[in-house]
Every structure is written in structure tokens, then in C-alpha cells.
Write a protein that binds this ligand. Structure first.
Ligand code: HPA
Length: 269
């Protein structure tokens, strides 16, 4: 697509042809990694064809840095479907990062626990997902240069990367969970009955992101690793209320172990 090449040319000019090998999308409250490691930063507002993030706690810039001898591009803040952007708009950066040269995409998010063994500040490796967003980012004309019309989705979250993520967590003494991520469009949180349904249908954690990016990344041949930071028990019959502040608070508690885990994983990818 002409726009992707325009965007890539713009970025390459700004970063002296940095050529990243790993991409990371940093979710709610997890953006600090890009404050600590930053060789080049470009606000989304300056990047041709990028849309601007509207959510508090999401910064909105593309950050390039060499970390542990690896060249990384980080999205500090992502765009969500619930902000009113199209699926194509929110997944456009994935296609750009692919064209910039990344081979692996690490997707992170804040999520509610559906699995009753999970507690706030736990980290969960995503083993698979369920797309309940009611649409799909690949709808529309297919760009054959990126991927095929009917792409296989049998192993989006690659087993070998999950294995090395588990080993990294073990080495750091971090208790890591595994499970299936269920994506709703949001922005409303779930009702207790919806959470019961998600649990019955196999979801372990629930959120409003990640799945569109994972579908597009897998479609265009990227290896995907997904990590959810559990920020709250998803809505329960107990009637406890849930707020965005609570989500950001729990992400803050988890962010140190989250950061060290990401740094360890990067070494092995
Ligand atoms: N539901 C949906 N999205 C979320 C939640 C939740 O409970 N927590 C963080 N993101």
C-alpha cells in the first residue's frame, strides 16, 4: 500500500534507518519502558496516517531504542476500537512495524481476571484469544503483499516464544499465569452475567485491545507474544464497582516485574 511506504519512509528518515527487529505495544500503565529506553521518539500526531490516542494513561508515541543488544520499536500507547477508530486504523501501526523490518511483536495489555485463580498484578501469557469484538481487522480489500485472504490462525501466539517467556519468568522468580484472552469492544466494562458467560466459554482474562493487532500481525507473518497484566477481578456478582483508576493502579504495582520480564525475554528472542 502506498500509505504504508510513505509512513515507513518518514520514520526511516527520522530514525536514520533504525531497522527494528522486535516490536512492542505497551498497554495501559505499562508505557514506562519507553521512558527509560529511548533513542528516537516520534509522536503519533507527526506520523503520516497514524491516528492520535485519546485515552488518559496512553501517551501516543513511537519509540526506538537498543535494549539488550536488540533493536526495538515500542508503541507507547495504542489506539482502541472503542475510541471510534476503525479496525484498519488501529492495526495500521502493525503493518508499518512489519514493513520497518520487525520479525516478532510483543503485545501487552491490562485485563480483567475471569479465571478465579488470578489476582490483580498477576501477569498472564496469552496462549490463544477469542475475538468477540464483533468485527475483524482484515475485512476489506486484501493486500496480497502483506498476507493471504483467508489466513490461518491456528497458532498466533507461538509456542516456542511462550516457552522462552516462561523460562524468563522462572529465572526471575516471577509467578506467571497462562490463559485465553477474550476481547470485547468496550468501552463499558462487563456485567456479571457477561463474565459468567466468558468463563463458561473458555476465557481467562478479558480486555478491549490486542486481538486486532494479533490477527494482523499473524496475518502478515509476525511471531506474536501476548502478555496481560491482570488489573482487577472482572465484574462479579459481589457488586464491587470497577474504575479505570483501579486498572491503572494495579498496572503500576505490576510494572516493575512486567518491565524486568520484558527485558529478560528480549535477550532470548
Ligand atoms: N474488562 C475489560 N477490559 C479491562 C478490564 C476488565 O475488567 N480490566 C482492564 N481492562
Amino acid at each position: 500500500m502506498i500509505s504504508i511506504q510513505n509512513t515507513v519512509n518518514y520514520i526511516n528518515e527520522k530514525t536514520n534507518n533504525f531497522e527494528p527487529e522486535i516490536g512492542i505495544i505497551l498497554g495501559s500503565g505499562l508505557g514506562e519502558l519507553a521512558d527509560e529506553y529511548c533513542d528516537y521518539a516520534i509522536p503519533y500526531t507527526e506520523i503520516p496516517f497514524f491516528v492520535k490516542s485519546t485515552v488518559q494513561g496512553h501517551k501516543g508515541r513511537l519509540v526506538f531504542a537498543k535494549i539488550r543488544e536488540k533493536k526495538i520499536v515500542m508503541m507507547q500507547g495504542r489506539n482502541h476500537f472503542y475510541e471510534g477508530h476503525t479496525m484498519q486504523e488501529i492495526t495500521y501501526p502493525v503493518k508499518v512495524m512489519k514493513t520497518l523490518g520487525i520479525k516478532t511483536l510483543i503485545l501487552t495489555n491490562a485485563a480483567g481476571a475471569v479465571n478465579q485463580n488470578f489476582k490483580p498484578a498477576d501477569l498472564m501469557l496469552i496462549t490463544d484469544h477469542i475475538n468477540n469484538m464483533g468485527t475483524n481487522p482484515l475485512i476489506g480489500l486484501n493486500d496480497d503483499t502483506l498476507g493471504e485472504r483467508f489466513p490461518d490462525m491456528s497458532q498466533i501466539y507461538k509456542k516456542n516464544i511462550i516457552k522462552l517467556a516462561k523460562k524468563s519468568a522462572d529465572d526471575l522468580n516471577i509467578d506467571i499465569k497462562e490463559g485465553i484472552y477474550w476481547a470485547n469492544s468496550g468501552p463499558s466494562y462487563e456485567t456479571p452475567s457477561e463474565i459468567n458467560m466468558i468463563r463458561k466459554l473458555g476465557g481467562d482474562a478479558v480486555g478491549m485491545s490486542t486481538v486486532p493487532e494479533a490477527i494482523v500481525a499473524n496475518y502478515c507473518g509476525l511471531d506474536v507474544l501476548g502478555i496481560s497484566c491482570i488489573t482487577n477481578a472482572a465484574s462479579s456478582a459481589s457488586g464491587a464497582k470497577l474504575s479505570h483508576e483501579e486498572v491503572i493502579e494495579a498496572a503500576k504495582i505490576a510494572k516493575t516485574k512486567f518491565k524486568s520480564l520484558i527485558l529478560e525475554i528480549i535477550k532470548y528472542i
